[in-house]
Design a protein around this ligand. Structure first.
Ligand SMILES: Nc1nc2c(c(=O)[nH]1)N[C@H]1C(S)=C(S)[C@@H](COP(=O)(O)O)O[C@H]1N2
Ligand SMILES: [Mo]
Length: 479
């Protein structure tokens, strides 16, 4: 039996889907998205423990989970609206739309169409709730919503394709086609020495990468400098060099995949700073993305070259992909991603210590935080060289100093040194392998890394917040 309350619930949900769909389609005409704007707003205000729990639970699917959460929230909001007394529905729906529109104006990227989408969505919501469709009527609203979502998807897809074409036309960034080797190419299942861009983890607060026209994009170097700069991608490419380094997310628990090794192409930041001529009271370098997100760094170690830092414009011989920061990002090998510099870079601003970054204002330390040594086990397989042996292999990193040792222990026994592959660069990850003899049964295998600076991987488990995770990657295998 369908009660009156149930029926108005169905109506409100159908209207909610239609309203959101219309909003998405209108926003998408210029690349905006209501859902993504609300999602970003949610990320911007969520308390750090909530963000940490969401990152831990959703893993690599954090963006999908956020989007579904927002969509569910909007539909739930429509249900709530539907339950309100008739005379309140329209004003509340319009207020919600105005709120969403106001949020959209806070995000500089493609905000006009998102504002229009929010206004339209609140209009559809108010009109639909007044009509209270049921039966086939509700179905028609649902179908309209679905059609609008499909239209939004097509529009976004076309814009993505246009961005991809713009990027493809740029041509190579670095020595395309040179595949480095380290001697462990014969180990199936081991992480590649160089991580392909499409296999590299993605971590950021944007639900969709900003789309940037490379023809009009310029990197500005501003603030406390005697000689402000505005540089095109071509001008940056003229001064770029290749370097190998591992990018590590602060949220990477031992054994996880939030780390990748790239052959990057970038302009040494020390050179850029020399050209810009910092003023004497400049103490920080703010790396600012086109959407306003910032990561800042102390200026001195960047100027002196103590930290080799780069404005990166290419990865693995090609321009950066949209997900990884096209057209430019700042990268200081050895600092966690959250502290290393902004993707989708628009500006480098020299300033003083009055600046506060996105994450510090939320309770993270001002940092910068350095990557600690970590070893990951990728492979446990019957040894091919000798019968009765087990091959254990993986990757380890300790940027910028490099890996001195990787050791493995079985069932909490003594640490045994693994063989290290040829080092690509101290800041890169290093592959390793060891063959061990294991009696039949279950065994706990652990690996630990030691840096060339003498830092030994810490075995005690620690959560990522606030200074980065620790512990050993531990796996159990059956022989
Ligand atoms: N603009 C911008 N840059 C950013 C972030 C971000 O949210 N926005 N996240 C940082 C974090 S936390 C990490 S781990 C790295 C991830 O880079 P990747 O997605 O290319 O692996 O980018 C950093 N740069
Ligand atoms: Mo990160």
């Amino acid at each position: 039996m369908v009660t009156n309350g149930d029926r108005s619930g169905v109506a409100a949900a159908a209207v909610g889907v239609a309203a959101l769909g219309v909003g998405e389609a209108i926003a998408a005409t210029r690349g905006g998205s209501l859902i993504d704007t609300l999602g970003r707003a949610l990320i911007d205000v969520a308390p750090v423990p909530v963000v940490e729990a969401a990152v831990a639970v959703s893993g690599r699917h954090d963006k999908t989970v956020t989007r579904l959460g927002v969509a569910a929230g909007v539909v739930a909001g429509a249900l709530g609206l539907g339950a309100l007394p008739e005379r309140l529905r329209t004003p509340v729906a319009v207020a919600a739309g105005a709120g969403a529109a106001a949020l959209a104006t806070r995000l500089p990227t493609r905000s006009t169409s998102t504002v229009a989408g929010a206004v339209a969505a609140s209009g559809v919501l108010a009109a639909g709730l007044r009509r209270r469709p049921h039966g086939l009527g509700a179905l028609a609203w649902l179908a309209t919503g679905a059609g609008m979502f499909a239209a939004a998807h097509t529009l976004q897809h076309d814009l993505d394709r246009k961005q991809d074409n713009d990027i493809r036309r740029i041509g190579p960034m670095g020595a395309l086609g040179v595949v480095p080797q380290d001697g462990l190419e014969d180990e199936p299942g081991l992480s590649p020495l160089v991580t392909a861009a499409h296999r590299m983890y993605v971590a950021d607060v944007n639900l969709r990468p900003p789309r940037i026209d490379p023809a009009h994009w310029r990197l500005s170097v501003t603030g406390k400098v005697a000689h402000p700069l505005r540089l095109s991608l071509d001008e940056l490419a003229d001064d770029a060099v290749e370097f190998d380094a591992v990018m590590v997310c602060l949220h990477n628990h031992p054994g996880e995949g939030r780390a990748g090794n790239g052959r990057w192409f970038g302009v040494p930041l020390a050179d850029l700073l020399k050209h810009a001529i910092p003023e004497s009271d400049a103490t920080r370098l703010v790396t600012r993305a086109v959407d306003g997100y910032t990561i800042s760094l102390p200026l001195d170690p960047l100027r002196s070259g103590e930290w080799p830092a780069y404005v990166v414009i290419g990865m693995n011989g090609e321009p950066l992909t949209p997900a990884h920061g096209f057209p430019a990002r700042v990268f200081v090998p050895g600092l966690y991603g959250q502290y290393t510099g902004a993707k989708w870079l628009g500006e480098l601003e020299l300033t003083d210590d009055t600046h506060a970054d996105y994450w510090w204002r939320r309770g993270w330390p001002a940092g910068p935080l350095a990557v600690t040594p970590q070893a990951r086990i990728d492979v446990t397989a019957p040894g091919r060289a000798a019968a009765g042996t087990t091959t254990i292999a993986g990757v380890a990193w300790a940027p910028p100093h490099g890996i001195a040792d990787v050791e493995v222990r079985i069932d909490e026994g003594d640490w045994r040194p693994a063989d290290l592959a040829t080092e690509l660069a101290p800041a890169a990850w290093r592959r390793w392998r060891i063959a061990v003899q294991l009696p039949p049964g279950d065994h706990r295998i652990q690996a630990r890394a030691t840096s060339r600076s003498g830092e030994v991987q810490e075995g005690r488990h620690r959560a990522p917040f606030p200074t980065g995770p620790s512990g050993f990657h531990t796996i159990t295998i059956q022989v």
